[in-house]
Write a protein that binds this ligand. Structure first.
Ligand code: RP5
Length: 168
């Protein structure tokens, strides 16, 4: 994993708690696969609000091109970061203990007009897809990354075509 303050990072992967890591690591695995420099750290909206403000305010100046933010429950982190920076924020609802992440999803997706958060599915698929969406966004201006994304999709198609049912 990249260090907490990686000056070369293009993407910030932040989460409300270390307990979110099991889900959020699915985003960092994708970024690693595509060789995109990232930093990963805990930035809790509720337990360290001043750090969150600092992180959001500094994001553009530090050269971050995207922020993937995961949180569970009253998941304010993605929306607050989106309020603090023009850098695009990709929100991942982390499954919560009592409401299975539906609370996280609604907290992240229901942003007021003017401050968007691109919101993904609850859990691992959402974390991976958030990173893939970052890859697709960066690939618009990066031919090599676009080639890698095509290869990733082609591989996925081959895997699906090779599937047999019932599974062995
Ligand atoms: C949120 O509260 C975090 O994003 C996490 O999903 C949830 C629970 O945090 P812990 O109590 O496990 O630290 O802020």
């Amino acid at each position: 994993m990249s260090s907490p303050a990686n000056s070369a990072a293009r993407v910030g992967v932040v989460m409300g708690s270390a307990s979110d890591w099991n889900v959020m690591q699915h985003a960092t695995h994708i970024l690693e696969q595509f060789h995109i420099a990232f930093e990963a750290r805990v930035v809790s909206a509720h337990r360290m609000p001043h750090d969150m403000v600092e992180y959001g305010a500094a994001a553009r100046g530090r050269g971050l091109q995207a922020i993937i933010a995961g949180a569970g429950g009253a998941a304010h982190l993605p929306g607050m970061l989106a309020a603090l920076t023009p850098v695009p924020v990709f929100g991942v609802p982390v499954p919560s203990r009592y409401l299975s992440g539906e609370d996280s999803l609604l907290s992240i997706v229901q942003m007021p007009k003017g401050v968007p958060v691109a919101t993904f599915a609850i859990g691992e698929a959402g974390a991976a897809n958030a990173a893939l969406h970052v890859v697709a966004t960066l690939a618009v201006h990066d031919v090599e990354l676009a080639r890698q994304l095509d290869a990733y999709r082609a591989q996925q198609t081959d895997t699906a075509r090779a599937m047999k049912v019932p599974p062995p």
